[in-house]
Design a protein around this ligand. Structure first.
Ligand SMILES: Cc1cc2nc3c(=O)[nH]c(=O)nc-3n(C[C@H](O)[C@H](O)[C@H](O)COP(=O)(O)O)c2cc1C
Length: 223
């Protein structure tokens, strides 16, 4: 039904998209531009998060479902993305609980907020874990030696400790064959739905981009 509504909406609102100028500082969601352009702009907003640690999309919240069907939420660093294809990736420890959660239930969610644009970007995605495959190898090669070091811990993430311990950073890892690689994984998230909420003193705007059959459809939604 949601998909049908979104398809109908795209006929009526075939031109929806972005508009930002000096007189109107934040107008992401306007009913006279292009749906694909809007989706692309969100893809680029995400990509900027992989390029600059200061960009609001650099840190996103990633939600999965645990074995009790409860939500689990945590911050992750966006490492790579493809603006046109709308996928994002982050790195993780294969031993961390989120890996098992994603394998069990690949439907996940990601959340970002850009305070400059006053824009909330809420995404549904399908996640896949890459471990010791060509994609993981490529990610490992591109990971700086000091970041590779965080996969060298003998402790399993989330493991209960007998006492508080300060974990000193492991030395940077330059050797690509280091055993720490065995603990390293990439989580690839293919984005399927993007719910946009733009806060504006003239009135908030909200709408949902839904990917259906390779195309993005737009459904305006009450904020
Ligand atoms: C700023 C920040 C960035 C983080 N980035 C990542 C990350 O990219 N990958 C990751 O697995 N955990 C990252 N973490 C740690 C997670 O938020 C989380 O605590 C950890 O991965 C354990 O999650 P889990 O027990 O749900 O698997 C980050 C934490 C913070 C505070």
């Amino acid at each position: 039904m949601k998909e049908k509504q979104a398809k109908d909406a795209v006929v009526n609102h075939s031109r929806v998209g972005l508009h930002r100028d000096a007189s109107s500082p934040v107008r992401w969601i306007m009913p006279h531009l292009n749906v694909e352009a809007l989706a692309r702009q969100i893809g680029e907003w995400l990509h900027e998060g992989t390029v600059s640690a200061h960009h609001p999309a650099h840190l996103l919240q990633f939600a999965s479902v645990d074995h009790n069907t409860g939500p689990q939420l945590r911050t992750v660093v966006l490492r790579s993305s493809e603006p046109a294809a709308h996928w994002v990736r982050f790195h993780t420890d294969i031993r961390s609980p989120k890996v098992e959660e994603v394998r069990r239930q690949p439907r996940v969610a990601l959340l970002g907020y850009d305070p400059n644009l006053r824009l909330q970007v809420r995404m549904d995605a399908i996640a896949a874990v890459h471990h010791k495959d060509s994609l993981a190898k490529q990610g490992w090669e591109r990971t700086p030696p000091h970041s590779r070091a965080s996969y060298a811990s003998k402790r399993v993430p989330g493991e209960a400790l007998k006492q508080d311990v300060v974990h000193h950073a492991h030395a940077p890892i330059h050797d690509l064959e280091d055993p720490a690689y065995n603990n390293y994984a990439v989580i690839h998230c293919a984005i399927e739905v993007i719910d946009l909420l733009e806060l504006d003193s003239d009135g908030h705007r909200r709408g949902t981009l839904v990917r259906a059959g390779g195309e993005w459809c737009w459904q305006p939604v009450a904020p």
